[in-house]
Design a protein around this ligand. Structure first.
Ligand SMILES: [Zn+2]
Length: 519
């Protein structure tokens, strides 16, 4: 003991000095960059064409960050609402309740948008936007995000979230974000919801002033000739990505993000990749053109951002990922060998009506189906009650007939899964369990691979690899660079960031900390 005591005392000064040197926060700014519809193979396919690693575009993030080529959203139906809801909450829709983009609300007897809030008002440069169809807010979102958790322990962090799409900005920002901004293309301006603030922040107003004169100007890019700025087509071009980054830099300047007392969060989703992808498909040369344009714009954005921070890139961490993928366009594959088809949306409901009428007679109210949205069927419950049948019985009658259709793989009863706990086998059961919530329809239709509905030219609504896998990169001084070939889960992002930022994981988080990438 005699020898040990002096040793302990001898160690004390070094222990004290190393903890005194340790920064209370590893980063002053975190950027979460989501590319909408960024299928996992976009980075793999075009890697050789990206800017050199030193430019800090896609290649730089891949080579200098902890890169998971495959990160899994793991949902039954992968789309923008559920995708963004999982990224910073670490939760699946069975808990966060954002299971699809549009669901049918039985009480309101209306289709309801995933972030719709009829009590909220859209706020633009001049106050309430009178042309908004409905208000939006995160009230339907039954979860918190990393930003919310930092604020829940009174950390002086600022959280700013933005995207062309309202649902993307809102579901990343969560409930307590300072500024959540998206684009109102009708009025060519950035807007917010009065859920967050009563007037638009100055940095967004400033951007709106710069947009105004552009509205009547025209430009050409890729497949678009002489389109007006702010038009629907212009949002499918890199111009809209550049505008999103300009808004972000304007926020950094005005709010002095990255120069506050704690780690600020700047959450950005790039929606244009998705808008273009729905029309072109991932194999179209214009999607390569778009990806290479993003590479350049990300490099420029990170370069400008670093210049605004006292210690440049050293102050910054970046997370890059996608919210879902996309299947190939049928015209891009030999469909006589690999069946792929865009099924007219009226076909399936007609079969269901005919089958149930044949079995049970004419329904009370005229129709057996009250609504059908995103491959989910909401039965007319009054008709089922008066015929004295349950939703599961109706599904069981429809199933043998529907399964004769070339495009259907599974027909499930949501009640059977959610209430009776008769869960489909294997991976089907996992994705159904994670995704279905009380907002889901009564009958769930699972299309075969490469088949979807013609509500869009091309869409992502399945659990297949092309819709569920996206890349995931963590870049910054606390992350070990390298390619991590194991599959990460999107719900791992939030707990991993919570570990780095020393805060509790979000309330509904169920992912794991990606400990293998942490220094
Ligand atoms: Zn989409």
């Amino acid at each position: 003991m005699k020898f040990i005591l002096p040793l302990v005392f001898a160690m004390l000064p070094s222990v004290i000095s190393s903890s005194a040197q340790a920064s209370p926060r590893p980063y002053s700014l975190g950027v979460v960059l989501v590319v909408d519809q960024f299928r996992a193979d976009y980075l793999m396919r075009f890697e050789e064409k990206f800017l050199p690693a030193s430019a800090n575009g896609y290649r730089g993030l891949m080579q200098k960050g902890a890169y998971f080529p495959l990160a899994d959203h793991g949902l039954l139906q992968n789309m923008t609402g559920p995708g963004h809801a999982g990224i910073l909450s670490g939760s699946y829709p069975y808990r966060n309740h954002i299971s699809i983009n549009w669901w049918y609300d039985r009480e309101l007897k209306k289709e309801q948008y995933c972030v719709q809030d009829n009590h909220a008002k859209m706020i633009g440069s001049d106050g309430v936007v009178s042309t908004a169809k409905y208000g939006v807010s995160p009230r339907t979102f039954n979860a918190t995000t990393i930003g919310d958790e930092l604020k829940n322990v009174d950390r002086p962090t600022r959280v700013v979230s933005m995207a062309l799409k309202d649902r993307a900005a809102i579901l990343m920002g969560g409930k307590r974000a300072d500024d959540v901004i998206w684009f109102d293309d009708k009025n060519c301006q950035w807007v917010t919801s009065d859920f967050y603030m009563k007037s638009l922040p100055e940095f967004a107003k400033k951007q709106n002033v710069s947009l105004k004169p552009k509205k009547n100007e025209k430009f050409s890019w890729g497949p678009f000739k002489d389109v007006n700025y702010c038009s629907k087509q212009s949002l499918q071009t890199p111009w809209a990505i550049d505008e999103t980054f300009n808004l972000a830099l304007s926020a950094v300047d005005e709010l002095k993000l990255g120069r506050g007392k704690d780690t600020d969060l700047l959450l950005i989703s790039l929606s244009s990749h998705d808008y273009l992808g729905h029309h072109m498909g991932p194999n179209d040369p214009n999607m390569e053109k778009m990806t290479l344009a993003e590479d350049k714009l990300i490099s420029e954005f990170l370069g400008k951002l670093a210049k605004k921070l006292p210690n440049g890139m050293n102050d910054l961490f970046v997370v890059l990922t996608g919210d879902h993928g996309i299947p190939p366009m049928p015209k891009h594959i030999p469909t006589e060998r690999l069946p792929a088809e865009n099924i007219p949306s009226e076909v399936t409901p007609a079969i269901i009506e005919e089958t149930l009428t044949k079995e049970f007679g004419k329904p009370k109210g005229g129709k057996w189906i009250e609504a059908m949205t995103e491959f989910q069927v909401y039965f007319n419950h009054e008709a089922l009650d008066s015929a004295k049948i349950t939703t599961t019985q109706a599904v069981n009658v429809c199933r043998p007939r529907l399964m004769k259709e070339r495009y259907l793989d599974q027909v499930w009863s949501a009640d059977e899964i959610l209430r009776d706990r008769k869960v489909p086998a294997g991976e089907y059961g996992l994705v159904a369990d994670r995704t279905l919530s009380y907002r889901s329809g009564d009958m769930i239709l699972v299309f075969k691979p490469y088949h979807y509905s013609d509500d869009y030219p091309l869409t992502h609504m399945t659990m297949y690899s092309y819709d569920r896998y996206v890349p995931l990169i963590f870049w910054g001084k606390t992350f070990k660079p390298g390619m991590y070939r194991q599959i990460a889960h999107i719900v791992d992002i939030a707990p991993t960031l919570s570990s780095v930022l020393r805060v509790l994981p979000p309330a509904q988080s169920e992912g794991r900390i990606l400990n293998e990438i942490l220094r």
